[in-house]
Design a binder for this molecule. Structure first.
Ligand code: 5GP
Length: 181
């Protein structure tokens, strides 16, 4: 199964996903490619950081399950290579979620929202994004929510980390229950 976790920047997707991975060995996290520069303090392996020419070469070779341009940078998901029995987790934006759903209608889409625009803004500023970029990202959230609703995504509001992790884990488990009959 492919599990797509989407949501605007600053809702805490990464934190939730890392918690899920820690206690569920059946989850396999995809690592995206990006042309964005690494942020100060960001892990080396948060993405495969590449230049635009390398990214475009991979697009030309049909090397991505999905790819998008977001605020001037390219992001893409390589074709996943999980171990047998593992579920693939993609932490990607909602345009990418749409592409994945078109390719795999069975994919599970989960859309995370911040409890409020103020909380989202604080989280983005806290990781060092510029105020202009933060405004741009906060301003995109309602449109992203509307797109996610149109795709039939399951909605989760990240107001408390522990309960959000538990909610997402139970959404995933419910989807794993084999169909009967
Ligand atoms: P950031 O620059 O903050 O790391 O990511 C910007 C946005 O791009 C976030 O919403 C993030 O989830 C999304 N993103 C990261 N990797 C991918 C990807 O491979 N594909 C798509 N479609 N979105 C991605």
């Amino acid at each position: 199964m492919i599990i797509v976790i989407s949501g605007p920047g600053g809702v805490g997707k990464g934190t939730v996903v890392n918690r899920l991975l820690r206690f569920d060995p059946r989850l396999w996290l995809s690592r995206s490619w990006t042309t964005r520069k690494r942020r100060a303090g960001e892990a080396d392996d948060a993405y495969v950081f590449v230049d635009r020419a390398s990214f475009e070469r991979r697009v030309a070779e049909d090397g991505f399950l999905e790819h998008i341009e977001f605020l001037g940078n390219l992001y893409g998901t390589p074709y996943p290579e999980p171990q047998p029995g593992q579920d693939v987790v993609l932490e990607i934006d909602v345009q990418g979620a749409r592409q994945v759903k078109e390719r795999d209608p069975e994919a599970l889409l989960i859309f995370m929202q911040a409890p409020s625009p103020e909380v989202q803004r604080d989280r983005l500023l806290g990781r060092g994004d510029s105020p202009e970029l933060v405004d741009e990202r906060v301003g995109r959230a309602p449109g992203e929510l509307a797109q996610a609703e149109a795709l039939g995504a399951t909605m989760v509001v990240n107001d408390d980390l522990d309960s959000t992790v538990a909610d997402v884990a139970s959404i995933i488990d419910a989807e794993r229950v084999p169909d009967e009959g």
